[in-house]
Each structure stands twice: as structure tokens, then as C-alpha cells.
Design a protein around this ligand. Structure first.
Ligand code: FMN
Length: 157
């Protein structure tokens, strides 16, 4: 099992680390060549621009030995009701055919949006597991919510 994630303000990263501590899965941080701004108003524009153009930023770190993993937990924030475009870059660069992708994502009220549909389109030959929707950082329930969700996906923890 492997956890690949992107987090802009840390909420998804908190969940990724909790999944790691409950499963022992390896963490991989998705990074790209020209990172988005750390300024909120600027990143809103950058994210929307890349989504409108379906521009997939070039990743700066390649995930190694992805073929050795059957299950990939894929974490990201809900951005403009879908996936941040670097997640699309990751799905395009890695062949996850025949593997199970289990999405987890943080949101500010919009839950899944179009994100699971977007993942299915980019990884048509993968099985998509049951996703975990996290409201911002979720707070005290995060650990229990993750434990229950892992059970639903038949992941031993
Ligand atoms: C560029 C951008 C777009 C966003 N769009 C949405 C949205 O469409 N729906 C929503 O519920 N939250 C939206 N949010 C809020 C984030 O999903 C939320 O703050 C999340 O907890 C961030 O996770 P992170 O800390 O891992 O980056 C957006 C945030 C940013 C920065």
C-alpha cells in the first residue's frame, strides 16, 4: 500500500499521516516544477486557471516502484469542486491499471464535488475504492473516521 497526496494548507497531509500511522503504508508527496503560490487569493486563481485549461503541471519527483503496490491511497483537497491539476498529472504519469485507488480528500463544505468522476476518467482501468470525505481537518474524529473507513475498504489496520 502506498499513500500519494498533495495538501496546500495541511489538512490532507494530517489525514495522510494518520493513514500512515494506522496502516504502515509509505507516504509520497506529490510535487511539481512550478509550485502554486502560498497566498490564498493567488492560489485560487492559479488553480482555476489550470483547471480551466486542463493544464497538468509537470511533476518534479517521480514515484518509484509504483508497480509493487496494489492499493494506492490518493489524497488531495477539493479545489473548485474537483481535483487539483497536479493530481491529474500524477494519474497521467503513473500507470495504475488493475490497481485499487482509494481517494481521501479534505473540503470546505463541497464534499466530493466532481473529484471521483475526474479520477475515474483519468484512471479508467483502476478500481476506485470507497472515498473518505474530511471536512477541513476534521479534528478529534479523524482517527476514528479513518479506522472505520479502512475497515469499509477491507484494509487491515
Ligand atoms: C484553490 C482552492 C479552491 C477550493 N475550492 C473548494 C471547493 O470548490 N469546495 C470546497 O468545499 N472547498 C474548497 N476549497 C477549500 C479546501 O478544500 C479546504 O480548505 C481543504 O481543507 C484544504 O485542504 P489542504 O489543507 O490539504 O490543502 C478550496 C481551497 C482552495 C485553496
Amino acid at each position: 500500500m502506498r499513500i500519494a497526496y498533495f495538501s496546500w494548507s495541511g489538512n490532507t497531509e494530517g489525514a495522510a499521516k494518520e493513514i500512515q500511522s494506522q496502516t504502515g503504508a509509505d507516504l509520497f508527496k506529490i510535487e511539481w516544477v512550478n509550485p502554486y503560490s502560498s497566498d490564498y487569493n493567488t492560489v485560487l486563481d492559479e488553480a482555476q486557471r489550470d483547471q480551466n485549461n486542463q493544464a497538468k503541471p509537470k511533476l518534479s519527483v517521480q514515484v518509484e516502484n509504483i508497480e509493487d503496490y496494489d492499493v494506492i491511497f490518493l489524497g488531495f483537497p477539493n479545489w473548485w469542486a474537483s481535483i487539483p491539476m497536479p493530481i491529474a498529472s500524477f494519474l497521467e504519469e503513473c500507470d495504475l491499471s488493475g490497481k485499487t485507488i482509494i481517494p481521501f480528500f479534505s473540503h470546505g463544505g463541497g464534499r466530493f464535488g466532481q473529484s471521483v468522476t475526474a479520477i475515474s476518467k483519468l484512471a479508467p482501468a483502476s478500481v476506485i475504492g470507497e472515498g473518505l470525505s474530511i471536512h477541513y481537518s476534521s479534528g478529534a474524529e479523524l482517527s476514528d473516521d479513518i479506522a472505520q473507513w479502512l475497515n469499509k475498504n477491507n484494509i487491515k489496520n
